[in-house]
Write a protein that binds this ligand. Structure first.
Ligand code: SF4
Length: 90
């Protein structure tokens, strides 16, 4: 079962404890699921085959969260730092 951080905005933007904000561009997401393969505690697919952000992201490592975003073939996962500056994609 998918445990969503925010059931109204399952694809974010969601603020993490480390200050990052993570969001999935649902228009861009093609459901390739490489983000889920790389960071299964942070990302999952919903029943529309779009990536959602799940509770485990709060305890996942920064590197894995970032690697999941970098693995996306269409750069649909957007990560910003605490100042709103893009970490990925640049
Ligand atoms: S890797 Fe990208 S396209 Fe694939 S499910 Fe994740 S966000 Fe969507």
């Amino acid at each position: 079962m998918v445990d969503l951080l925010d059931k109204k905005k399952p694809s974010g933007p969601i603020k993490l404890k480390n200050g990052w904000t993570v969001e999935v561009d649902r228009q861009a997401c093609i459901g390739a699921a490489t983000c889920v393969a790389i960071a299964p505690d942070s990302y999952d697919l919903d029943d529309e085959a779009k990536a959602v952000i799940i509770d485990g992201i709060q305890t996942d490592t920064d590197q894995r969260i970032l690697d999941g975003a970098k693995s996306c073939p269409v750069d649909a996962i957007i990560i910003k730092d605490q100042d709103g500056k893009r970490i990925y994609p640049k």
